[in-house]
Design a protein around this ligand. Structure first.
Ligand SMILES: *Cc1c(COP(=O)(O)O)cnc(C)c1O
Length: 390
């Protein structure tokens, strides 16, 4: 197994070595490491629902009443009634007939794409789509064409020039996980109509974040959500775990029979589903919840852009600060950690060579004083490392 050692040596040399880091969450925006408290600017827990009293209480109650695990897959061991309640709520939330829960957003993408698309079909996929979309495309065996990021002209060119015997699909993140920009879903759906393609949108970072009431990308553009397949996750803004797909009754029925990551995996625990259900109820009863998040995101963005930092343009709580080299991204996160701030360094292969970045995420639970102080430290560190000139 010499190649394992060689691989590890190589990634270390390239500053691309990855290791898990242990943080103990103390609130939805702070973590503890070695007795020191840090401000968390790297979590997708956008609404702080992980620590919401009603969400915690629902999970605890389900745990006591129904036990820790589900005991098996939903088609064989049986489906807990909480799943049906959550699926009904998710469908209402997304404006569709039905929904289906998967164990993770990753499994939803892999399961849905590989169930829907086949050898004779063609997929058009944004070049910076999430890894789980890429894996779903590969598993489907459909021919996949990658269009330049958010470039609908390129997408149209590919649609026009690619003969297809089967079905065409266009797949995109709704909010791009590493750049934080929003897909041009209005233009994409127009092209889909013109070329009889099915749109699959992955709203992992859009659910609870963009659109009225946090309903996601289709709602953000005011599009008819029945015309597409919408994927989402329960693990980010909804503060629980699991993934889901929303669509027609027929689509959901089809997926129950065909999506292997749904069929062959043990269902999530009742406590996870109860938490997601309570979180969704909170979000639905307080549609303004996402507003504080937007205000905080705008505040942080403006602070960094005003100081001249190379921030990717966007309108979401994901703020990408382009630094270029992987080593520089690592230096920056290490320096910020010294200042008591946790941000992520995003490096290849997650993003293309030379586009390593700092990815910071803002949450509704941050207060603007702490964000202002963090912005000041980020700007100072960027000066010190030569990312911006004095
Ligand atoms: C996080 C993410 C996923 C995966 O969701 P999990 O629930 O974490 O497995 C899928 N797609 C996108 C765009 C994501 O950002």
């Amino acid at each position: 197994m010499k190649w394992i050692k060689q691989f590890l040596t190589r990634v270390k040399e390239l500053e691309l070595y990855r290791q898990t880091i242990t943080y103990e969450p103390v609130t939805s925006t702070e973590v503890m490491v070695d007795g020191r408290k840090y401000l968390m600017l790297a979590s997708n827990n956008y609404l702080g629902l992980t620590h919401h009293p009603a969400v915690q209480a629902a999970a605890i109650e389900a745990l006591r009443k129904h036990g820790t695990g589900s005991g098996g897959a939903r088609l064989t061991t049986g489906t807990h009634p909480l799943f049906e309640e959550l699926e009904k709520r998710l469908a209402e939330f997304k404006g569709t007939e039905a929904a289906l829960i998967f164990n993770t957003g990753y499994m939803a993408n892999v399961g849905v794409i590989s169930a829907l698309a086949d050898k004779e079909d063609v997929i058009f996929s944004d070049e910076i789509n999430h890894a789980s979309i890429i894996d779903g495309c590969r598993l489907s065996k459909a021919r996949t064409f990658v269009y330049r990021h958010a470039d609908t002209h390129h997408l149209q060119e590919l649609l026009a020039n690619t003969p297809c015997q089967g079905q065409r699909f266009i797949i995109s993140d709704g909010v791009f996980s590493m750049d934080g920009d929003i897909a041009p879903l209005d233009k994409i759906t127009k092209l889909a109509e013109a070329y009889a393609a099915i749109v699959i949108v992955d709203d992992a970072h859009a659910t609870g974040v963009i659109g009225p009431g946090g309903k996601g990308t289709a709602a953000y553009f005011g599009l008819d959500s029945r015309a597409m397949v919408q994927i989402g996750t329960l693990s980010k803004a909804l503060g629980a775990e699991g993934g889901f797909v929303a669509g027609s009754h027929e689509l959901i029925d089809f997926l129950k029979n065909k999506a292997r990551s749904f069929i062959f995996s043990t269902a999530l625990s009742p406590a996870s589903i109860a938490a997601a259900l309570a979180a969704l109820k909170e979000l639905s009863s307080q549609p303004g919840m996402a507003q504080k998040l937007r205000d905080n995101a705008a505040f942080m963005r403006t602070s960094l852009v005003t100081a001249g930092l190379p921030v990717v343009e966007g309108d979401t709580p994901i703020i990408a600060l382009m630094v270029g080299e992987a080593e520089l991204a690592l230096k920056m996160t290490a320096a910020l950690k010294e200042h008591g701030i946790i941000v992520s360094a995003i490096r290849p292969p997650t993003v293309p060579q030379g586009t390593s970045r700092l990815r910071l995420t803002v949450a509704a639970g941050h207060d603007q004083a702490e964000l202002a102080a963090a912005a000041e430290k980020i700007i100072l560190t960027a000066y010190q490392l030569g990312i911006i000139a004095r």
